[in-house]
Design a protein around this ligand. Structure first.
Ligand code: DNO
Length: 357
């Protein structure tokens, strides 16, 4: 397994690579050019500069998370090929600098959705929270405004202000896109990009929908074992695979995570380890990585990777905000709980290693 850490870049992340070096066991940095909105060109000099900087601090830079897919591609409008060409250009440039995996999503309009980014926990920490009833009873704009307000000046991939200012136009554009149409448009995108990925040895790893059920009447196609099967069968190349995010899939209690990991093990290129506690009314809150705290059995999940996909890139995903770090950190991406997550994950992994016959 290669342990990684998601980092938002110099001047954009209050956590530095020197800070990250002090967490034992991190091999690689998961990075992106966070000022790039979907459809923007990634300049080669910027890519080179970022990779060299990360490597100069002793980390690998083999996973990029968030080369966002333009809505025209998901909606299937006439200009989609223009945006697919730009996507292909980025894939080629990233491959040239040693990137092996690109994590992206195929969710319409929004990336992950929450109703409260700083929900107070009984122990005084706070965390990202989802209130199911609220999402079904308010306009998407209300939730989007709330999230952008809470995030302050921080960049959040998939939550670009410029794009969300046009929310009504975007929703109208998705009017005729149902699950079937979205899958067709996804197949078209893959048909164009995957041959290039095969040439340059790039693994595309789609991130599941978060939360894993339809919201705001939008189509949703990456959210259960059956959906993952359907999505993978859109293109049988090994370059088309998954980012398996436990926290995204877990709020659907029917998602048996170890069984899902076992079934798709050879197509999972990136593992996000996050734990959530799901309440009876469907609300959920993000908790520490420890298995007993939520609905994700982190120990079983890691054992499944250990037995079926031991070389996977892995990272602790969202953490709670501890010791008042919410004043400075990006929601879900503070230092402390993610560092505790790394230690917990490595503790389990080392135990599994030591028990190997
Ligand atoms: C949550 C992340 C996702 C992920 C994107 C990839 O924090 O795991 O936002 O980066 O969905 O496109």
């Amino acid at each position: 397994m290669e342990m990684t850490w998601r980092w938002y870049g110099r001047g954009n992340d209050e956590i530095t690579l020197d800070n990250i070096r002090q967490i034992p066991g991190i091999d690689g940095i998961v990075w992106s050019l966070h000022d790039k909105v979907a459809g923007a060109i990634w300049e080669e000099e910027r890519i080179r500069d970022e990779v060299l900087y990360i490597q100069s601090k002793g980390f690998t830079a083999e996973v990029v998370e968030s080369v966002n897919v333009h809505d025209s591609i998901k909606i299937g409008t006439n200009d989609r090929d223009y945006y697919i060409d730009i996507y292909i250009d980025t894939i080629k440039k990233l491959a040239k600098y040693g990137v092996k995996v690109i994590c992206y999503n195929f969710m319409p309009v929004f990336d992950w959705t929450r109703t409260d980014l700083y929900k107070k926990m009984p122990d005084g920490s706070n965390a990202l929270f989802y209130e199911k009833k609220l999402v079904s009873s308010v306009e998407p704009k209300t939730i989007a405004d709330q999230i952008l307000l809470s995030a302050g000046e921080k960049t959040m991939p998939g939550w670009e202000r410029e794009r969300l200012d046009e929310l009504n136009t975007l929703f109208t554009a998705y009017k005729d896109v149902d699950d079937k149409k979205l899958l067709e448009n996804y197949r078209y995108f893959l048909k164009r990009i995957i041959p290039i990925c095969e040439e340059v040895d790039m693994k595309m790893a789609v991130h599941p929908d978060d939360p894993p059920f339809p919201i705001f009447g939008l189509p949703r196609i990456v959210r259960s074992k059956k959906h993952l099967r359907d999505v993978l069968s859109l293109n049988n190349s090994k370059c088309h695979g998954l980012t398996l995010c436990t926290g995204s899939l877990a709020p659907n209690l029917e998602n048996d995570l170890p069984a899902i990991i076992k079934e798709f093990a050879d197509r999972i290129y990136f593992a996000h380890i996050r734990n959530v506690k799901v309440f009876e009314n469907g609300d959920f809150i993000e908790v520490s990585h420890r298995a007993c705290e939520g609905n994700v059995d982190t120990v079983k999940v890691l054992r499944t990777y250990f037995n079926h996909n031991p070389n996977v890139y892995i990272r602790p995903d969202h953490g709670r905000h501890l010791w008042e770090e919410e004043k400075t950190c990006r929601p879900g991406y503070g230092l402390y709980d993610r560092a505790l997550g790394v230690a917990y994950i490595l503790g389990i992994w080392d135990t599994l290693e030591s028990e190997k016959p």
